[in-house]
Design a protein around this ligand. Sequence first.
Ligand SMILES: C[S@@+](CC[C@H](N)C(=O)[O-])C[C@H]1O[C@@H](n2cnc3c(N)ncnc32)[C@H](O)[C@@H]1O
Length: 247
Amino acid sequence: MSASDPQSWSGEPAEFDDYAAEYEGGLDNPIKRLLGSSPDQFIAVKARWLLRREPALRTGGLAVLDYGCGVGSLMRVLIRLGAKGAFTGCDISTGMLRQVERRWPRDLGAPPQLAPQQGARTPFADASFDIVMISAVLHHVPVTDRPAVYAELGRVLKPGGRIYVFEHNPRNPLVRYVTARTPIDQNAILLDASEVRHGLLDAARYTLDTDYLMFMPPGLAFLRGVDPLLAWLPMGGQYAIKARKAA
Ligand SMILES: C[S@@+](CC[C@H](N)C(=O)[O-])C[C@H]1O[C@@H](n2cnc3c(N)ncnc32)[C@H](O)[C@@H]1O
């Protein structure tokens, strides 16, 4: 399948349009309720990890794409935590993109640039971004469509740029329990970190690096120091893959 051929795309954007207005409801599940953690607290774990990996995000000057940005939570939380830069979001769901603008807090300034996707394909020129993030998207992409996504991530990334993939870790039994009971994940097919690494490497040349995150409930700030100590252990609730493209 070609990334430039939306006709051969089997994903269904309408499924996500249905969740756009009530996005937090779609994320609701019994464990998050039990832990009392808000969706933003889960996103903040990824944002803090990314800021440690990319300190230049704090000084600005980088072009950052959030691929499959949903309602824009990762960009919003990153900026709240001190990230600066030229942020752009894209998604196959125009309903989600409308929500980014509607929900963007006024005190953060103008919302990010936004663009709809045609299947995997984005409207951006080759080598447009220093950083491409893709968070909680791949498990929604049908397996046969995933190579087109990896190809597109590599196409829009500058030489020397970095892709950051955040995904639910299927090796963690709690994650499997939760995703089976979360409305937005009803059609999800979870994927192991090794599948992501192979998919990326089939599309371009990268230096890869994997961390596991979310060993502790995100709402408990005093346990935050635990995650970096366990990043090597493939049992965290999430994993994060950094892929640095050859210069
Ligand atoms: C669970 S949400 C994650 C949103 C956001 N990245 C975050 O971390 O909050 C999944 C998003 O992936 C989008 N999506 C699903 N399939 C996609 C695809 N094939 N390409 C791009 N986005 C896709 C959906 O429209 C939805 O906004």
